[in-house]
Write a protein that binds this ligand. Structure first.
Ligand code: SAM
Length: 655
């Protein structure tokens, strides 16, 4: 200990005072701060050498004389607030803490920021705060500062730093190529827009790496980094219940179809945002179809409820199959109840219906067709029983049908289900007179059975073929709905980003030959289809680890460096809408064209293998017309299991 004290005194006299630094407060500060405590143990014996020293994370603690030179040039006053960029070990910040009132120091390396923060606490330097982050942007929230000391060498003096100086404020900063001799610059802000600059000599610092400095490859960073462009174009989102939330989406209301995505099947904010947007489009812009990535027969019972149509006798409670939380959750329940209230207050023609686009509930669809025919055409019902009887053994395990068809080499049930649909369509005019909605429902179910038969068969031929068949089915169901509801009809689709973001702009289309509803809608409706994607950085999500496993609330890992999500996170705006339509935010759209990773969480989430299980390359502005961002999100709250059929007092979800 005594050795360190003596060595410190020698350092002050020989390395600092002898070189002409005369400010008493600066010399006293160097006498007070134990440099040996700012370096790793194995270099402590060299703590008072006249040189920089290696510290953790491959960085350096600066040479004491250079720190003293910068602080003297900064003309510090006791009442100053000072920003240090590049806190490293925290040594220079600790010296500053002895001279001025308040020190804010920012360090890019998380490990160093943590260590420096701990040192300040253990040495009792209470007027220093250490933050992790990119200090090349400064710290506008904490500014302005009487002095800014940059302890790493930049490519230039960033304008954004100068703007954080008070008038009269001083910035000290080395500028020059990494690993070369650099110039130490002093810039004084002499007026609102006036600065004076002088050169103080040659120095050597490690590079300042950040948005307004060098990039990791040692080249100057883009002068307009993506997170800044996002921040400038981002339109902050109000609360979901504020009418201003929905109003932000009025710009998409002249479309025939607005497709609303989600980056997971278990995130509350995505459901609530889609509900707020849908309410607005229904109430103010005449949208009358809500078509969701759910099974047709299940959604049909919700539709009966919201449009005050009679339930089918013996009908099962909807959404009982895995993944139940995807629709059976408090956010969907609240939206469905809103639809009911809205519809109750308007005439039949203005009501909005709720429909399912998906084809997984084969058994439910078979039952629905037979029930319908029992009512309108009992003879046809017995033919249907016989034809669908072929699939009946597989209703609960349709994959089994696909396996059987592949093993035996022929599609035993194809003919009967195709025939069934054909006859139902042929008798359209006969049946439709009874009840148009019921006919639409039966025809959709018969189409679903036909497509599901094919879907389970091709599942064994390859993922792309079955995916394409499913998305084509969803698209055709949407088109049938629009047609059935007439030329004035307008639809809102709720489906995962992977279904609604144009597949041609992602790995799906480019590598795997997969298409999706978003792409098919763009092809058919052009600008009359608007695709809106959603994203998040971190939080929790309701998901399972494997198919048919129980739902868990899982932590969503912070998004990967370089991904679209990380760029959105780095913008610093917590909830926003980005308008990516042609002619809007052109500079941003251009910058976003570089393909990046995008995260896709479905009903399964596997954080341990996240990069491979959940990220794919995409080109965001080609995928979507808009991007909706919630930096931190929460899992949906599932509803308890269904009550017994017939308990329709608490319809539709048995709550
Ligand atoms: N003043 C420090 C001390 O007393 O230990 C020495 C600083 S060291 C020479 C430079 C530091 O700047 C490194 O720790 C490096 O990680 C950090 N750095 C580089 N780019 C940065 C950035 N954009 N923002 C914050 N810190 C950065």
């Amino acid at each position: 200990m005594a050795d360190f004290l003596a060595a410190r005194e020698r350092m002050v006299e020989r390395q600092i005072a002898a070189r002409g630094i005369s400010g008493g407060r600066i010399l006293d500060a160097f006498r007070a701060v134990p440099r040996e405590q700012f370096v790793p143990e194995h270099v402590q014996e060299f703590a008072y050498e006249d040189s920089p020293l290696p510290i953790e994370a491959d960085q350096t603690i600066s040479q004491p004389y250079i720190v003293a030179l910068m602080l003297e040039a900064a003309e510090l006053e006791g009442s100053d607030k000072v920003l240090e960029v590049g806190a490293g070990s925290g040594y220079a910040a600790a010296i500053l803490s002895q001279i001025v009132d308040e020190v804010i120091a920012i360090e890019r390396q998380p490990e160093l920021a943590q260590l420096a923060g701990n040192r300040m606490a253990s040495l009792g330097y209470e007027n220093v705060s250490i933050y992790e982050g990119d200090g090349s942007r400064g710290f506008p929230e904490k500014g302005p500062f009487e002095a800014i000391i940059v302890s790493a060498s930049g490519s230039h003096v960033p304008e954004i730093l100068l703007q954080q100086l008070t008038v009269g404020g001083r910035l000290l900063m080395p500028v020059g190529e990494p690993h070369e001799v650099q110039k130490l610059l002093k810039v004084v802000r002499t007026g609102d827009d006036e600065y004076e600059q002088e050169e103080l000599g040659a120095v050597r610092f490690v590079p300042l790496i950040g948005a307004h400095a060098w990039n990791e490859q040692g080249r100057p960073s883009d002068p307009c980094p993506l997170p800044d462009l996002i921040r400038d174009a981002a339109e902050p989102l109000p609360d979901f219940d504020d009418p201003a939330f929905g109003a932000l989406f009025d710009r998409f209301a002249d479309a025939r179809v607005v497709l609303l995505g989600e980056a997971s099947h278990g995130t509350s904010e995505f459901y609530r945002a889609r509900a707020a947007i849908s309410k607005r489009l229904i109430e103010e812009h005449g949208f009358n179809i809500v078509a969701v990535e759910a099974d047709w027969p299940d959604a049909a019972s919700i539709d009966r409820y919201v449009r005050g149509r009679q339930g089918r006798e013996g009908e099962e409670a909807p959404f009982q199959r895995f993944p139940t939380w995807m629709w059976r959750n408090t956010d969907v329940d609240a939206f469905v109840r809103w639809m009911k209230r809205h519809n109750d207050a308007c005439g039949q023609e203005e009501m909005a219906g709720f429909y399912g686009l998906d084809l997984y509930n084969l058994g439910g669809s078979i039952r629905a067709v037979i029930d319908y025919l029992d009512d309108v055409d009992p003879e046809a019902a017995s033919v249907a029983r016989e034809r669908y009887g072929c699939l009946q053994p597989y209703a609960k395990n349709p994959q089994g049908y696909g396996r059987m068809a592949m093993t035996r080499g022929f599609a035993q049930c194809e003919q009967p289900v195709v025939q069934m649909l054909r006859e139902l369509l042929q008798k359209r005019y006969e049946y439709v007179g009874e009840d148009g909605d019921e006919y639409l429902d039966a025809a959709a179910n018969a189409r679903l059975v036909k497509n599901a038969e094919a879907y389970y068969r091709v599942m064994y031929h390859g993922a792309a073929e079955s995916w394409n068949l499913r998305d084509t089915h969803m698209f055709e169901t949407l088109c049938q709905l629009l047609e059935a509801k007439g030329p004035e009809s307008k639809a809102i689709v709720w489906a995962h980003n992977s279904h609604i973001g144009n597949a041609a702009a992602t790995e799906m289309g480019q590598i795997r030959d997969e298409l999706n509803i978003g792409q098919l809608c763009k092809d058919r409706f052009k600008h009359e289809a608007r695709l809106i994607g959603f994203g998040t950085h971190t939080g929790t999500v309701a998901a399972a680890t494997d198919w048919d496993d129980p739902m868990e609330v899982k932590k969503v890992r912070p998004s990967l460096a370089g991904s679209y999500e990380r760029m959105s996170h780095d913008s610093g705006v917590e909830r926003f809408l980005l308008d990516l339509r042609e002619g809007q935010n052109e500079q941003l759209s251009q910058a976003l064209l570089e393909p990046r990773l995008e995260r896709f969480i479905g009903v399964i989430y596997r954080p341990m293998t996240e990069r491979w299980s959940h990220y794919a390359q995409a080109v965001l502005p080609q995928q979507f017309d808009a991007w909706v961002w919630f930096d931190e999100t929460k899992a949906v709250t599932p509803l308890p299991g269904p009550q017994l059929p017939g308990e329709d007092e608490t319809y539709p979800f048995g709550l």
